[in-house]
Design a protein around this ligand. Sequence first.
Ligand code: G3H
Ligand code: 13P
Ligand code: ZN
Length: 322
Amino acid sequence: MPLVTTTEMFKKAYNGGYAVGAFNVNNMEIVQGITEAAGELNSPVILQVSKGARAYANHTYLVKLVEAAVAENPQIPIALHLDHGDSFELCKSCIDGGFTSVMIDASSKSFEDNIALTKQVVEYAHAHGVVVEAELGTLAGIEDEVCVEAGNEAYTRPEEVEEFVARTGCDSLAIAIGTSHGAYKFTAAQCTRNEEGILVPPPLRFDVLEEIVKKLPGFPIVLHGSSSVPQEFVKMVNAYGGNMPDAVGIPESQLREAAKLAVCKINIDSDIRLAMTGNIRKYFAENPSHFDPRQYLKPARQAVKEMVAHKIVNVLGSDNKI
Ligand code: G3H
Ligand code: 13P
Ligand code: ZN
């Protein structure tokens, strides 16, 4: 099937009590790793491209790589989404350039300015058959070029969501309930430590999510910053020359619970980066004379595939849902 929007995916996910994974793509190996896993598990998948990814790899290369993945996996629904679009012009360029979904992230603006910009994108997108994700509330961490310090994040206010969705016409809403971008999601001061000395982050605000769901029954909710930063890969990075102290993510069990509720899209990027980096470091340490990129990118690509397969089965619950 050709690239799809997320409309049908989200309807099925909402009713089926699972979420669709949205994975950031920057190069061929990442696209292949993700879509091979989704294809083998018969799972819908969202491939998302950030402004930075577009600057790195070029719009056309990324679209063509995704088109190749669609051709190789014709049985699964694949959507191509702009992650954290920060302007009307960027969203328009992706809509005109073959994306089936865009995010306009005006969450750092005032409520009224967020509505105005989101509405402008929605009008253009809908006129072109493209769906729009918007955001209310701010996450801590690094979103492309925007960096929000831990402690300055703001949970989404449930009393604002109805008006926001009604006035913008957006198709899904990213909310802030305690997730955060990057591999260092929380400071040590925000966490407790378990017996192994690993940081345990504060739990997600399911009470806020439940309030939002009451206000927007049936409406697809999105969680950004949902990498779990598996300690297995942090250890691998650190064992082979890296230095990532106190990297910590969102426990997978909490994301699985969110996926059973109205959360239909879960964004994961850092875990893929971590799996690739750990494996590349390991490869070089074990094979110091090798210099062929195909040699060290092969285990990295396989690690992406295994990571995504694990997420599909154990976190998202989206396997065999096509
Ligand atoms: O939330 C942002 C994504 O992880 C994309 O990151 O801007 O480094 O491509 P990036
Ligand atoms: P992570 O940094 O937790 O992977 O979040 C990715 C994300 O939200 C992309 O928009
Ligand atoms: Zn994000």
